[in-house]
Ligand binder design. Structure first.
Ligand code: OGA
Ligand code: MN
Length: 219
């Protein structure tokens, strides 16, 4: 007998409706309790375990343009490859969201890439945009947070700005199992200096910019 294909459903259709509506109306959404608790816990443990072994100083730009700039960011990162069960499950959830958003908003999201980030005490990421209009294939940014017992004194909040405004539109505490999703070329943002250990998974849905003359590199 053929074994039934089991689809991994992490996100309810109602949640995807809510995300699609918010993105259409405001361009961003902040969510608490994003994933099943077991998955958030496994990802948290994996991030903590791998951070001292495999995380590398983060770069600005991509591939051969990669330059390290510790004036701008000081975190360390590791791209998810989907090899472990929890990474695979995370990528499946984000795939479900990709398909769900394309169905609802015709966004043409083509793929998703993401990395773990670790901010140790004193680390920050200065104000930046994840994409520049017409110059990048990053469409939608996601940050998923993995900090159990985060407290205000721990710092490391994400500030989201509207355009070139000085005061933030949104102050996002990096709370365990919460997530923020926003349009990559619309909202400048920064990570305030962390006063403790801070873990997250930052990811981007991308358009396909491949053509015969230029193969758009990932990561
Ligand atoms: C990024 C980023 C925000 C965060 O990695 O590009 O803006 O809260 N991260 O970790
Ligand atoms: Mn960013």
């Amino acid at each position: 007998m053929k074994t039934p294909v089991t689809e991994n459903i992490c996100l309810s259709e109602l949640l995807i409706d809510e995300i699609a509506d918010a993105l259409q109306q405001h361009g961003y959404i902040q969510l608490t309790e994003f994933l099943p608790a077991w998955l958030a816990t496994q990802l948290q443990q994996e991030a903590e375990r791998l951070s001292s072994i495999s995380f590398k100083p983060a770069g600005i730009g991509r591939q051969n343009n990669l330059q390290l700039d510790t004036q701008i960011r000081t975190d360390t990162t590791l791209w998810l490859d989907g090899e472990s069960l929890q990474q695979h499950a995370y990528l499946q959830c984000m795939e479900q969201l990709r398909v769900g958003l394309n169905r609802r908003l015709f966004m043409g999201l083509f793929d998703f890439e993401c990395h773990f980030s670790h901010y140790a005490e004193g680390d920050f990421y200065r104000r930046h945009l994840d994409a520049f209009k017409g110059r990048s294939n990053r469409i939608l940014s996601t940050v998923f947070y993995l900090n159990i017992n985060w407290h205000k004194n721990d710092g490391g909040e994400l500030l989201l700005y509207a355009d070139d405004q000085q005061s933030p539109l949104l102050v996002v505490p990096p709370l365990f199992n919460s997530c923020i999703i926003f349009l990559s070329d619309v909202f400048p943002h920064e990570v305030l200096t962390s006063h403790g250990e801070r873990y997250s998974i930052a990811g981007w849905y991308r358009l396909n910019n491949n053509s015969q003359v230029h193969l758009d590199p990932s990561q």
